[in-house]
Design a binder for this molecule. Sequence first.
Ligand code: ZN
Length: 309
Amino acid sequence: MLHQIKGLHHVTSLASGAQANNAFFTRALGLRRVKKTVNFDAPHVYHLYYGDEHGSPGSVMTYFPFPGAARGRHGAGEVGVTAFAVPVGALGYWADRLAGLGVTGLNRTSSFGQDRLTFDGPDGDTFALVETDDARAPWTGTDVPEDLAIRGFHSASMRLRDAGASAELLRFMGYEETGRDGDMTRFAVTGGNGADVIDIETLPGAPAAEQGAGSVHHIAFAVENRARQLEVREALLDTGWQVTPVIDRDYFWAIYFRTPGGVLFEVATNEPGFDRDEDTAHLGEALKLPTQHAHLRDVLEQRLEPITD
Ligand code: ZN
């Protein structure tokens, strides 16, 4: 069993428009945009990152907004709910705030004994806020009161027809089953960064998901540094997983592998972080380009959808 994985690092999803996406995460949810850059493989598309003050691993929601992209179809083989942690007692504020902003799909429920508020993202993404004791510091440069603000991720869930092989993989990665609630099985890693929970929702008859705007593209797990990442990569390869080589993503190093249920996993390093090319005070303000796309700056600045902060 691995011991290097310390919870989620980031969650990356697809969107249909940059401005609406930016407004939702910064104005509605009160997160900080910590990086404005472009997709390594499609530089005409933004890669937007939202999180806490520093973009701490375990807090970072990232998006590829493909202009006008068709919505995905939810189903089996994808990430279901991306959940953020908020302090106990905060959901009343959030229900009022999100309703006032016209957010759809608002629903107060309870899962594993924790109160949660589920709601839709701008492209039909499925989110939740979960009340939990969480010592992580929130971003305070927003109108959301500090004692009610999002602390980072609580969990991500996977919708699978059969949980078996993915549960086994999570155990190998260092997660332990901590409970069951209806068709949900909860796994958690000890000693994590706060974003410690993965739920598996077992839906034997569900149609296959189709990826599009509002779909999660992949979830990334955090390791401290490149040495730990190489240990994880070797262990996965030894166990028969097809893992990519290490890829430089400018703000972290990444490896990827496809899990049995269809969800794409990444393992990302906490180093070097989002302040490698911007001061913490100004994270996310300037358009940052990967070195290989730097020569496209003039074209991209003209063609990328303007984002009004
Ligand atoms: Zn990623």
